[in-house]
Design a protein around this ligand. Sequence first.
Ligand code: KG4
Length: 337
Amino acid sequence: MSTTLLAIESSCDETAVAVLRDDKLLANVVSTQIEIHQKYGGVMPEIASRLHAENISIVLKEALEKSQVKLEEIDAFAVTRGPGLIGALHVGLQAAKTLAALYGKPLIPVHHLAAHIYANEYVKPLIFPCLAIVVSGGNTELVIMKNHLEFEIIGETKDDAVGECYDKVARVLGLPYPGGIPIDALSKKGQATYKLPRPLHDHSFDFSYSGLKTSIINMVHTAEQKGEKIVIEDLCRSFQETAIGMILDKSLRAVEHYQVKQVVLAGGVSANSYLRSQIVSRLEGGGVDVIIPPMWCCTDNAAMIAKLGMYLYREKVFAPLDVAVDPNWQIDHFREF
Ligand code: KG4
């Protein structure tokens, strides 16, 4: 018997609905708000919630039309419960609860970052032990999976997330939001000539990005005051090699330490060209499999919520209708709600 899930994602600035029947993705509709938030140089939470509320029914309707599936045929409704922006999460959860109540079907609460990891299964199956490099605007974590639905955080950022650092550095350089994209592009034209700090360059698997961010902000302001010119391409290259270098060094050490068989990238920063090329070349020939997610998996979408939702459905991880969102939900507590 086949299983059909409808999944909803609204944790940040993408409103998304997907329909998955077993392994077959029947629809994956994403409505992004990015152009609106660009005017403010970052995501405005209140505007994000309002736009989700305006868009959710339209996106739902389009996903149903594309999939040619009727709501009566859906076996369960999966939805992002966290982490993310509280008001934004509420919209998706409210929609999913309404559908689950109306059609008398289970509600599956899905962890957003775990779903980013499971997006890789649209490329090929996860194999274990697996190291997931989870890098986004809100999180920087190294996660070891010894099996399906087992997540152990072995290291995480002590302050800013790597994507947040990209966005703040971009802002001080006068580059548009989201900052990772222009910094990545400019760094290809530059040389790593600027010396930058590498915090937490130690034996832990933890990260720290606030010192790196502050040092660049100070460097730019000092140059402005002295009337000196910053070579933006070189600074972007120096920043990128430092910010991503920390992730690469710690990840490669984790691969050895945990005798990892597969490495996967997850989250918005996994779109980074330097991270993608370096993780492949540095692991080449070592017998470790690497999944580089396609670009559509790097940005937020509901296909990934459906993919993980399918595993949770089989394990009957269902939530009661009074479940609340959790903006700070930890990946290793994904069964607690
Ligand atoms: O996972 P995501 O879409 O959003 C949340 O964290 O909610 O990640 C967005 C982050 C932003 O900080 C953005 O600057 C970063 O991903 N990003 C990149 C690149 N593309 C997007 N960072 C580095 N290089 C990129 N090519």
